[in-house]
Design a protein. Sequence first.
Lengths: 396, 396
Amino acid sequence: LLDTLHHSCQWGAAHRYGPQPTQTGMARLSLDANDAKVRAWMAREAEAVGCRTVVDGVGNQFFIRPGDRADAAPTAMGSHMDTQPTGGRYDGILGVVAGLEVMRTLHHRGLRTRYPLALVNWTNEEGARFPRSLAGSAVWAETLPLDQAWSLKDVNDPSITLRDALVEARMLGTHCDHRSLPLAAHFELHIEQGPILEQRDKRIGVVLGGQAYKWFDVEISGMECHTGSTPYEYRADALLCASRIIVEATLMAKEVGALASTGIIEARPGSVNTCPGTVRMTIDVRHARSDVVADLCQRIRARSAVLGRGTGDRHCTVRWDQTFESDAATFDPACIEAIRDVAVATVGSDRVLDMYSGAGHDSFSTSLRCPTGMIFVPSRDGISHNPSEFTEPEHW
Amino acid sequence: LLDTLHHSCQWGAAHRYGPQPTQTGMARLSLDANDAKVRAWMAREAEAVGCRTVVDGVGNQFFIRPGDRADAAPTAMGSHMDTQPTGGRYDGILGVVAGLEVMRTLHHRGLRTRYPLALVNWTNEEGARFPRSLAGSAVWAETLPLDQAWSLKDVNDPSITLRDALVEARMLGTHCDHRSLPLAAHFELHIEQGPILEQRDKRIGVVLGGQAYKWFDVEISGMECHTGSTPYEYRADALLCASRIIVEATLMAKEVGALASTGIIEARPGSVNTCPGTVRMTIDVRHARSDVVADLCQRIRARSAVLGRGTGDRHCTVRWDQTFESDAATFDPACIEAIRDVAVATVGSDRVLDMYSGAGHDSFSTSLRCPTGMIFVPSRDGISHNPSEFTEPEHW
Ligand SMILES: NC(=O)NCCC(=O)O
Ligand SMILES: NC(=O)NCCC(=O)O
């Protein structure tokens, strides 16, 4: 499994942080050239151990291993092979290659199962290239119309749509969703991406559900002015306004135990001695309860309008555009129990922790359509979305 | 003069804001293709009215009109033709074309002067393309070594140096400075770029001197992390730290009547669900007294280190790199008096205001080497470094 994981990371390895061959992070953005290569490799490997490949209209790859009941819905293991621009070797990747390892083990031991099994590589889970996380699994779950997914634009080159990228990667298959390709259940092994398991000295997290979150594009329009000859009261500095929003959103989120974060910011025109007239930025708001997220977003939004008004004569206007939302997810009690039982049998009950997921996962999408459960393993120092992401092989 | 001004703006017109042909701003960055064209045009126009052209090693254009005393130093009128990326039609341009108008008037009336006159188009005044404002005049004044000016890098394409751009624009002449090409005096007509004249209903500002300022590149290094699964206390969010620095620098500057502004910010890696690990930004600090600027910069810098340390376990480090400084400028009493006398005679003493310049100008450089004075005219709504920059022709 360890060898397979690192082998698969030859496509997209980036951001070296140490001398060992595997001491790099990843930059394998959804459907880029490296993602196309690792997808082709995945299909070869899965087919070599008796799976047939189905690619759907949004590029989700399903590798299906027949069961005795040929026409029954397969029980799936799924996650994603795409990464953040400065991502690591474990986020998503571990879950998919672990599923491949299961397929190989069954094959090499000549084991048959009553029902079919599937391994799924969901498309554009990260939302890092096409700004909609869980896009592939959401199309399958019918919470995102295929057309809308297709028209998502590459964040770095808006002339490329997700559909263009599917064609380019030779990954545009025939549309199928949870109705035409139902899954009997979906299990996902994933790194925690946070510090909790490590801090509490646990080995396996049994995931009960996950945080709700909303994403926004926020555009702040002020007025360009000269940094030297414009007294503060005559300014409408879009970047000063954006900075205040970021600082206050953080404080407001802390007050209710939520998270508010800005990952992308762009200020124009971008000149040392011109106060920016326009800022575009993202805001990501999360909490375990959907209503807390909704309420907090409302309040940050209202506060941002007040901050835009500032103290002087000139005002910034703040426009909010919600680009994504994911309700709090609740996993299936039977799946949770199955995972907990095996976890306890493997590492002992004192190393197993029931917990919620901070990050969104494709399992949030599948949980709407089939019984779903997730298995978390520790992230060293709680680090994720970073090249130095690491999980001890002993913790898998 | 009005026609000449707008004629010269055909090269680099951009950012339309109204239906009239002249209702656009400018994007004529130093030594770009449009700047090369307007420079060639300037030379033709100046030569057509009896000037000879000297281009120095940093591309400053001197258009020299002989006087009766052929070997004496010329009395100069100078400003700049380069603009901000979202600049207007008046900043710098007005001063140069006004000087051309003077040359034309003298020529058409067949007037001779005792001493030579010069019109100067200083290179890269804005510092918008090559991040060092007043670069051309500083080379002339020997406060910036030619080699250092040559090695300045295009902010958008660091593979291009200022020297490359000089060659490309055919503007690499023979080095001459205040010693080999002395000026007897330097007068600059410029828009105020601020709201004071308009607010006080004045027509002409007699500039006594100008603010000191310093520019910094600030790099904040934290750690990329997942926006959903990383509690605040485990974050080292470089953008949150940058935002706090921007907000607090503003407050600290306000306290002492100074200005602190951020014009450029870049956050990496730039993904909605990854807290930025690195932010690079500029800070521009100004005050009429050089010692107040120096002290405030020290304090903002110290405060930024504290903000970097944050409240949690993980810290951001903040690295400051001073890229530019300009001491407070004091203009020549005789030049000031000459300007005041003519201003009062022209518009009456109640429409004339003694004032200081908020922005840096090439006259700051020349004031170190020859008697210098500046004439300010009002900026509508105090707007500058913005396409809608406007000055009533009646106010020239
Ligand atoms: N696990 C993960 O990084 N998912 C991406 C969606 C999110 O931002 O939570
Ligand atoms: N006048 C003007 O915009 N000068 C550029 C230098 C400065 O930033 O003050």
